[in-house]
Ligand binder design. Structure first.
Ligand SMILES: Cc1ncc(COP(=O)(O)O)c(C=O)c1O
Length: 474
C-alpha cells in the first residue's frame, strides 16, 4: 500500500499517541470497533430495515432477556424489508445493533442508521414537525448545538426555534423554559447541548410538557439530544431521559459512548412495520422515525459502521464500561478543581459530567483561540468555545472547552489530571506574556514565536507522559 494516504494515517497515529486529547467530543475506539469499521460490510447496499411486525426490542428491564438467538433472528426478519438481495449477514448485524442499543438505553426501539448526530436530529424533526412548527431548545450561546436552530443551519430554515438559556450558575433556566413553553406552545421541546456541565432535571421538563399538553390539547414531542453524555447514561452514572417520560433520545455514537463516528435514535412507543404510513401520534414515534431516516432523509445505511456500533454497544453493556465512565467524571472533577485553584474561571463553577468550559478571557486576558493554538503546540488538544455571555463571536470566543473521555480511555487518572492542569497554567502564563505590548491584530504565530523554546520543553514533557499510556487500536 504505497498511497500517500497511508503515510498520513501513520502520521495521525503518531499525533494521537504523542499528544493528549482533551476535546470532550472525541474518544479512542477499541481495536475490535476499528476492525468492524474497516470490514467488508462497506461493500454492501442494504436500503431498508431488518424489521418484523409487532415485536419490540429486548429491554434491559426484562431480567430474562439476553440477546436474540440466531434462530429467533432468522424467524423475525422479513426479507422483503430490504431493497437488495444478499442481506443475510447484514440483517443479523443490524438486529444485534438495535437490540443492544435498546438494552443500553431502556428504549422500545432504536434506529441505528443515522450517519451522524446531525442526521439523527434532522430525521426526528422531519418525523414529527411540519415546516414552520415551533421548537423550544437550548440556544447555541447557552451551550446548545448548531442543529438546535442555529441560524446558519437547515433546522432554522425549516422550523421556528425558540431558545432558552442558562442561569448565572450555569444551570438550565427552568423558569424561562416554562414561560417560553406556555408563550410559544412548541410542538417539540428539546433538551441537549454541547457545552453544559450540569445534570438536566428531566422530570421537571417532562412535567412542563405534560402541563402544556393539558393546556393546548396538542401532543408535544419531548426529545433529548444526549450526544455528549450518552456514554455516561449507558454506563449508569447519569440519568436517562427515556426513564423520565421523554419520547425520543438522539445521540452520536463516537463521544463518551466510544463507538464509531455516527448517530442513533432511541424512542419509546409502538414498534411496527415502517412500510405503512402510521397516524402522526406520539405513540407511533418509533415508526415515524424509521420512515424519516429511510427513505425520508438518508439512502443506504453504512453497515460497516453499524457493525462497529454493535461492537461498541456490546462493550458498553459490560460492567467495565460503568467503571470507565465513573472514572471519566472523577477525572473531570479533579481537573476542574485543580484548574480553579490555579486561577482558571470555570463556567458554572465546575462540572458534574465530563465537560469543562473555561473563561480564559476573564481569567487571564487573552481569547480562547490563542490559547487553543498555544496548547496545540505542546500536544494538548482542545477547542476554543464561546461562553453564554460571549461577545467574541465564533472565531474569537472567550473560552475553551475540554473534557476527559479520551484521556480516561488511555488510563490517565488523578496524578495525570494534576499534571495537565499545571501544564495548562504554564501555557496560560506564556499566552498572557505574549499579548503584552503587542500591536492589535498580531497573528497567533507571531505572538507565540518568541516562546517557541518554552513551548517545546512542555511539548516534550507531554509526549513523555502520553507515550506511557498507549492509544487502543494503535
Ligand atoms: C449535542 C450534539 N448534537 C449533535 C451533534 C452532531 O453530531 P455529528 O457531528 O455527528 O453530526 C453534536 C456534535 O458535536 C452534539 O454535540
Amino acid at each position: 500500500m504505497n498511497d500517500k494516504i497511508f503515510d498520513l494515517i501513520d502520521a495521525e497515529k503518531r499525533r494521537q499517541s504523542e499528544g493528549l486529547e482533551l476535546i470532550p467530543s472525541e474518544n479512542y475506539v477499541s481495536a475490535a470497533v476499528l476492525e468492524a469499521m474497516g470490514s467488508v460490510f462497506t461493500n454492501k447496499y442494504s436500503e431498508g430495515y431488518p424489521y418484523f411486525d409487532g415485536i419490540g426490542c429486548g429491554r434491559a428491564d426484562d431480567p430474562d432477556f439476553t440477546e436474540w438467538t440466531e434462530d429467533q433472528i432468522a424467524e423475525q426478519i422479513l426479507p422483503n424489508y430490504r431493497y437488495y438481495g444478499g442481506q443475510e449477514n447484514v440483517d443479523r448485524v443490524e438486529r444485534l445493533a438495535i437490540d443492544r442499543a435498546c438494552r443500553l438505553f431502556h428504549a422500545d426501539h432504536a434506529n441505528v442508521q443515522p450517519h451522524s448526530g446531525a442526521q439523527a436530529n434532522t430525521a426526528v424533526y422531519y418525523a414529527w414537525l411540519e415546516p414552520g412548527d415551533t421548537v423550544l431548545g437550548m440556544s447555541l450561546p447557552a451551550g446548545g448545538h448548531l442543529t438546535h436552530g442555529a441560524p446558519v443551519t437547515m433546522s432554522a430554515h425549516f422550523y421556528n426555534f425558540v431558545g432558552y438559556g442558562v442561569t448565572a450558575k450555569g444551570d438550565i433556566d427552568y423558569e424561562q423554559l416554562e414561560r417560553l413553553a406556555f408563550k410559544y406552545e412548541p410542538r417539540l421541546i428539546l433538551v441537549g447541548y454541547s457545552a453544559f456541565m450540569k445534570i438536566p432535571d428531566f422530570k421537571r421538563i417532562a412535567k412542563i410538557r405534560d402541563q402544556l399538553q393539558e393546556q393546548t390539547g396538542e401532543e408535544v414531542l419531548l426529545m433529548a439530544d444526549m450526544a455528549h453524555v450518552a456514554g455516561l447514561i449507558a454506563g449508569g452514572v447519569h440519568p436517562n431521559p427515556l426513564d423520565y417520560g421523554f419520547n425520543v433520545m438522539t445521540t452520536t455514537t463516537h463521544k463518551t459512548l466510544r463507538g464509531p463516528r455516527g448517530g442513533i435514535i432511541l424512542s419509546n412507543g409502538n414498534v411496527a412495520s415502517p412500510l405503512k404510513r402510521p397516524e402522526k401520534t406520539l405513540a407511533n414515534i418509533p415508526i415515524l422515525i424509521d420512515r424519516a431516516v429511510f427513505p425520508g432523509t438518508q439512502g443506504g445505511p453504512l453497515e460497516h459502521i453499524i457493525a462497529a456500533k454493535a461492537v461498541a454497544f456490546g462493550e458498553a453493556l459490560q460492567p467495565e464500561f460503568h467503571d470507565y465512565v465513573a472514572k471519566v467524571i472523577d477525572n473531570a472533577k479533579v481537573l476542574a478543581t485543580d484548574l480553579k485553584a490555579l486561577g482558571f474561571r470555570l463556567q458554572g463553577g465546575g462540572t458534574d459530567n465530563h465537560l469543562i468550559l473555561v473563561d480564559v478571557l476573564s481569567s487571564f486576558g487573552f481569547d480562547g483561540k490563542l490559547y487553543e493554538k498555544a496548547l496545540d503546540k505542546v500536544g494538548l488538544t482542545l477547542n476554543a468555545n464561546a461562553l453564554p455571555t460571549d461577545k467574541g463571536g465564533a472565531f474569537r470566543p472567550s473560552g475553551v472547552r475540554l473534557g476527559t473521555p479520551a484521556i480516561t480511555t488511555r488510563g490517565l487518572a488523578e496524578p495525570e489530571m494534576k499534571q495537565i492542569a499545571l501544564w495548562m497554567k504554564k501555557v496560560a502564563d506564556i499566552c498572557a506574556d505574549a499579548i503584552k505590548d503587542q500591536p492589535a491584530g498580531a497573528s497567533t504565530a507571531a505572538l507565540l514565536e518568541p516562546y517557541s523554546a518554552e513551548l517545546l520543553t512542555i511539548k516534550k514533557e507531554v509526549q513523555d507522559l502520553a507515550l506511557k499510556f498507549p492509544v487502543p487500536g494503535i
